[in-house]
Design a protein around this ligand. Structure first.
Ligand code: IDP
Ligand code: MG
Length: 202
């Protein structure tokens, strides 16, 4: 009930063209975006909701960037309700990539994977939300696009395992390790989505 009242006040202010709602209206806290070093999970966001702030690493691989799929991939995570807390484009070094794929170094395809991933820019992101790691893996689909379900990123946009468009962390430990590998703490933004109480139960 209290949530409904708060939402009605916010919506009323939006529709009446008023100023943006301060966070104090929503959460009884100061209106500010907070920066700082963050662990992937578990931790509390500034909303105090511990269960919605799991984080995962998503990388749009070189084929995804070259095929201009970045926007469509971001859109899928946004429309699902997840919150973007980190985003950058870079040409990844062999050093970083070898750490990222440290479990695959003995695989026969590893040299070509390394070459391909370092051959052109990637877009790397950290997404946050309730069960984001598991949900992202489902959204991304099977490693081999030939086996990926239609409706998944790989099932919709790719056909070969060596060019499967996107990376998603596969576990909590993996996500924590990968986020720390790709991002400095101050590159992640701790901010509150005003729709958080609509997309997730407190
Ligand atoms: P994942 O990306 O679904 O987590 P992993 O087994 O961790 O799959 O493999 C990492 C990446 O290595 C894959 O996304 C894919 O780009 C590449 N890869 C995996 N298996 C093969 C293969 O058999 N041939 C070529 N590339 C592969
Ligand atoms: Mg993997």
């Amino acid at each position: 009930m209290l949530q409904r009242c708060v939402l009605q006040r916010i919506l009323h202010r939006f529709h009446s063209g008023g100023p943006e709602p301060p966070r104090s209206l929503l959460y009884g806290r100061p209106a500010a975006l907070l920066c700082g070093h963050r662990a992937a999970s578990p931790r509390r966001s500034s909303t105090g909701l511990p269960h919605v702030n799991e984080q995962t690493l998503i990388v749009v691989k070189p084929d995804g960037v070259q095929r201009r799929l970045v926007g469509q991939i971001i859109q899928r995570f946004e429309q699902r309700g997840f919150k973007l807390v980190g985003l950058k484009m870079l040409r990844v070094s062999e050093d970083l990539l070898s750490q990222h794929y440290c479990q695959l170094t003995s695989k026969p395809f590893y040299p070509s994977l390394l070459y391909y991933m370092t051959s052109a820019p990637v877009v790397v992101m950290v997404w946050e939300g309730h069960k984001v790691i598991q949900t992202s893996r489902t959204m991304v689909g099977h490693t081999n696009p030939a086996e990926a379900q239609a409706g998944t990123v790989r099932g919709d946009f790719s056909m070969h395992v060596s060019r499967n468009v996107v990376h998603a962390s596969d576990s909590l430990e993996g996500a924590q390790r990968e986020i720390q590998l790709w991002f400095q703490g101050n590159e992640l933004l701790n901010w509150d989505c005003w729709d958080q109480t609509i997309t997730c139960e407190e």
